[in-house]
Design a protein around this ligand. Structure first.
Ligand code: FES
Ligand SMILES: [Fe+2]
Length: 425
């Protein structure tokens, strides 16, 4: 990567080109369960901005800049009362939209409060997540129709974890299918040992699948084709949605999987992991397993959201048995991905990489973001602001070998409506 592109992709703070682009989309800010009506304000850092979230006494959510508009005291210490937030220092009081409604240290006749506005961002709560819009007010799009946002809440489980690396560094793990049968080889082998897991057998057999991509206004379709039976191919289709969402299929009548990658700043990110079933509510036992920590829901500290398998224990977990070499302890699926992407350092210098053909999608998505950020600086509106363009689900299926128009062949199952769901192989 050229240095100027690397820097542009890296910086997400206010006023940066990439920061401006990302702020034109909705951002997953925090879990809805982190906020209690009338309860404690919660600190949230997004794209280098320190913020404070509350749920007011009516249950509505507000997201404010942390520093009070008066003289900058932290609103983390503010009082969440009577549906508003009151700074502890001099008592200035703010509505959820940042309107200053009271200034007790001003004479009653003063109208100064009408001139003051606390930075506050609109929020929508949907399927377990509080979404924030941090861009210009007149450009606010609809929430994207990603399937985990459009199905009923009973069909979705979401968890959150903290990751010490640039948000794209983490996300690129989801876009790089060549590490599957290498980094996750042992896990895949375990699955392939059961001959009923036919797709695991196929994935093990072919380490260089043929990769096809198709550009969409809302992102990229990625299809990996492998030999299946004598006259069939195994097709695995994932989506990358702008700016930071990935979806991948899970075989059987199981919940599907998706990530939202959110910059905290340029060295840390939040990872929201979604499990959703397109056609039915999640079963109690499924949710119980995800809560404990499953393949894709990393077990985390409930306060900091730091995964328990982390850099301090070589990603093996706090009570792991000693191993002969560090890699042997990194056995959990998410821990493997986290270990690899964090071990690059918080912001790897992309001018130092040596990309090969299997990094094509990684390169394409970076390029797409860089181009869009530069275009926005010149006044060209970003793509993917149309909610309906996100109505696609991941899938894995077996198709006759003579099918070449794969996109058309899977269009029905990929169309994210409950009646079209077909169990993945
Ligand atoms: S600093 Fe908040 S009211 Fe003075
Ligand atoms: Fe992985």
């Amino acid at each position: 990567m050229k240095l100027e592109d690397h820097k542009l992709l890296a910086e997400t703070g206010p006023g940066t080109a990439m920061g401006n682009l990302l702020r034109r989309y909705w951002t997953a800010a925090l879990l809805a369960s982190e906020l209690e009506a009338g309860g404690s304000p919660v600190r949230v850092r997004l794209m280098g901005e320190d913020l404070v979230a509350i749920r007011n006494t009516e249950g509505k959510v507000g997201l404010f800049a942390e520093r009070c508009a008066h003289r900058g005291a932290s609103l983390y210490f503010a009082k969440n009362e009577n549906c508003k937030l009151r700074c502890l220092y001099h008592g200035w009081q703010y509505d959820l939209d940042g309107t200053c409604v009271d200034q007790p240290n001003e004479p009653p006749a003063s109208q100064f409060k009408d001139k003051v506005k606390q930075t506050a961002y609109p929020c929508i709560e949907r399927n377990g997540v509080v979404w924030a819009y941090m861009g210009p007010a007149d450009k606010k799009p609809a929430l994207p129709d990603i399937e985990w946002l459009t199905v009923p809440a009973s069909h979705v489980y979401v968890s959150k974890r903290l990751q010490h690396c640039h948000w794209t560094q983490g996300m690129e793990g989801d876009l790089d299918s060549s590490h599957l049968s290498i980094l996750h080889n042992d896990l895949l082998k375990q699955r392939a040992a059961n001959p009923r897991n036919r797709s695991a057998v196929w994935a093990m057999r072919e380490q260089h699948p043929e990769i096809k991509t198709q550009v969409m206004s809302s992102g990229l379709l990625m299809a990996a084709r492998r030999e299946a039976e004598e006259d069939t191919y195994y097709w695995r289709v994932n989506q990358w949605f702008v700016p930071g969402y990935t979806n991948w299929p899970i075989p059987g009548d199981n919940p599907q999987a998706g990530h939202a990658w959110v910059p905290i700043d340029d060295e840390w990110c939040w990872v929201f992991t979604f499990s959703w079933h397109p056609a039915r509510p999640l079963r109690d036992e499924e949710v119980a397993m995800m809560r404990k920590g499953s393949d894709i829901h990393a077990p985390v500290d409930p306060v900091t959201f730091m995964p328990t398998q982390n850099v301090t224990n070589d990603y093996a977990g706090p009570n792991a048995a000693p191993v002969a070499q560090p890699w042997m302890g990194v056995t959990a699926l998410q821990a493997q991905d986290i270990a690899m992407t964090e071990s690059m350092g918080p912001l790897y210098d992309r001018t130092q990489e040596n990309l090969v053909a299997s990094d094509l999608i990684v390169a394409q998505t970076r390029h797409r973001l860089v181009i869009a950020a530069r275009a926005l600086e010149k006044g060209v509106e970003p793509q993917g602001l149309d909610a309906e363009a996100y109505r696609l689900r991941p899938l894995a299926t077996e198709l006759p070998r003579d099918v070449t128009a794969w996109r058309e062949a899977v269009a029905d199952i990929m169309d994210a409506r409950p009646e079209t769901f077909k169990v993945s192989v």
